[in-house]
Design a protein around this ligand. Structure first.
Ligand SMILES: Cc1cc2nc3c(=O)[nH]c(=O)nc-3n(C[C@H](O)[C@H](O)[C@H](O)COP(=O)(O)OP(=O)(O)OC[C@H]3O[C@@H](n4cnc5c(N)ncnc54)[C@H](O)[C@@H]3O)c2cc1C
Length: 492
């Protein structure tokens, strides 16, 4: 498999070091490399294996941004005008991000029809109409909203409608077009490979283990190959800390006493199989426990997400039995007709949102204010907004210095050291979760697992025992991280 050898990086100098190849790091690497900066993108694990792999996959059209304004009177709107303007700004950004993402990665997104129930005494149909008009006025970037409001008599066989609670209390349903990125890990891999095509050096399984600001303002960084422990030290003018929920840890490498920037929260989702005719339909509803979404993804539907404070190691976050039960209860309460039980759950995933401490939404932290000029971190950046975030970071770097010429020889040397395959996959998890996405499908079974193991075995020269060991490792990972029991794989 193709790999970048850490040893070959020893002593190299890059314009920009990007820590973390999630949605934000990979998008930034692509844009900076395209603009002519020499970029090193390093991830301690695989590309796209952090929080980006745990998202609800929503590229939403802005209705969610306006949720905070729903159900309020005109007087309340006027009293809280600055807050309302922030919501409108959020909606406009969501619309721009959506159009941008669809334009840049048309093959990685697909439209879904979202269904939102309206109950008497809750958000009214007129308020939803007003929100839709506002979104239309803000500009949808040429992507249709397909907004419709239906009375209960007109629901016909609209998916989800027949499952809704309290049909007598139902004032109607609105439908609109949202998009899902199916699946986010592959978005990260694509962006990483695009960055490489523009000349970036990209390394997975490579930890940035030390950061030091030198007297001349340059940064030195120590990289460590996770498998071999081999180390290399590089220099760079700019460090972009896009390490998701690990952002404070990375800042801590540079200076241990810098104030915390992250407010982490844990979100759990469960995957269930719904009838085939629901394939292109999702549901979004406001409940007393927060937003509830049911989103089609890889032939299943993801239901979630929970929202609780989190302070542990993000790598170890898994869905607890209580969280799975909570989601089942919420789904059954909102949609009695869905009739889910524990056996309906194909897998459950947990992710840690790298939220901004004391602020809503994305914040770009320039640590020059902490005496660490040349170090920038981002909190609260979503997958959907990642291209906007990357563009903002490009602007910030451009404001500091112009791209250097490409570094002669580096890429060629790295390429020569690379082995055959093009996408850096090392493990079955890399292949099944992030390069092909097959393990997310309802049909992933022992036969496919075996095929992946043999494919990797061919490249790595594994014997039968190693192939079986790799399969066992992946089964254990599925069970531990995604609560997908090996028995749920159909027999070979
Ligand atoms: C339940 C849930 C639902 C969500 N739903 C949505 C949604 O519908 N739409 C949406 O757009 N967003 C959604 N999000 C938010 C979104 O997933 C995250 O905000 C986004 O993925 C953050 O991306 P990132 O690139 O900043 O971080 P990550 O994807 O976490 O990437 C950071 C990377 O940094 C690496 N790293 C860390 N430390 C080091 C180091 N020292 N050296 C090298 N590498 C390092 C990690 O291995 C990781 O791969 C959701 C999040 C959750 C939890």
């Amino acid at each position: 498999m193709k790999e970048t050898s850490v040893q070959l990086l020893e002593g190299r100098n890059f314009d920009v070091l990007i820590v973390g190849a999630g949605a934000n790091g990979s998008a930034a690497a692509e844009m900076l490399a395209k603009a002519g900066y020499s970029v090193l993108l390093a991830d301690k694990s695989d590309f796209g294996s952090g929080t980006s792999s745990r998202s609800s996959r929503m590229l939403h059209c802005g209705f969610r941004s306006l949720e905070g304004a729903a159900g309020k009177t005109l007087l309340q709107h006027l009293t809280h005008l600055p807050d309302r303007l922030t919501l409108v700004k959020g909606a406009r950004e969501a619309l721009q991000a959506r159009a941008d993402f669809i334009g840049a990665m048309p093959n990685r997104v697909r439209p879904v029809t979202m269904v939102t129930p309206l109950y008497h005494g809750g958000v009214s149909g007129l308020q939803m109409d007003a929100a839709a008009t506002l979104l239309w006025l803000l500009g949808t970037g040429g992507i249709p909203l397909d907004y419709r409001r239906l009375t209960p008599a007109k629901l016909g066989d609209l998916p989800f409608a027949e499952w809704l609670r309290q049909r007598d209390d139902l004032a109607g349903v609105v439908t609109f077009r949202d998009y899902v990125f199916d699946w986010p890990e592959r978005v990260c891999v694509d962006q990483t490979l695009a960055a490489e095509q523009f000349g970036a050096v990209v390394c997975n399984y490579t930890t940035v283990g030390a950061l030091h600001r030198m007297p001349d303002g340059q940064w030195s960084a120590t990289l460590r190959d996770a498998a071999t422990g081999t180390q290399a030290t590089i220099e760079t003018r700019q460090v972009l800390n896009l390490a998701g929920p690990w952002i404070d840890d990375v800042v801590g490498l540079a200076a241990p006493k810098i104030a915390q920037r992250i407010a982490s929260s844990k979100g759990v989702q469960i995957a269930v199989e719904l009838p085939e005719r629901f394939r292109d339909f999702g549901l979004a509803a406001a409940t007393d426990k927060g937003a509830f979404v049911c989103i089609p993804s890889q032939g299943l539907h993801l239901i979630g997400a929970t929202n609780s404070k989190f302070s542990g190691d993000p790598t170890k976050a898994t869905a607890s039995e209580a969280e799975v039960e909570e989601l089942l209860a919420r789904a059954n309460a909102l949609l009695p007709g869905i009739d889910l039980n524990r056996r309906s759950v194909r897998y459950a995933i947990a992710g840690i949102r790298p939220g901004s401490l004391g602020a809503a939404g994305r914040v770009i932290h320039d640590h020059a204010d902490d005496g660490l000029a040349g170090l920038v971190s981002v909190t609260g950046g979503t997958v959907a907004m990642s291209r906007q975030t990357a563009r903002a970071l490009l602007g910030l770097v451009k404001g500091r210095f112009q791209p250097s010429q490409s570094i002669p020889g580096v890429h060629d040397t790295v390429r020569t050291a690379s082995v055959t395959k093009e996408e850096y996959a090392r493990t079955i998890a890399d292949l099944a979760l992030r390069r092909t996405g097959e393990a997310w499908s309802a049909n992933f079974d022992e036969k496919q697992l075996h095929a992946f193991a043999v494919m990797l075995g061919d490249r790595h020269g594994w014997d039968q025992a190693r192939i079986e060991e790799a399969k066992a490792e992946f089964r254990a990972e599925l069970a531990e991280l995604y609560r997908r029991e090996p028995t749920q794989l159909s027999p070979q």
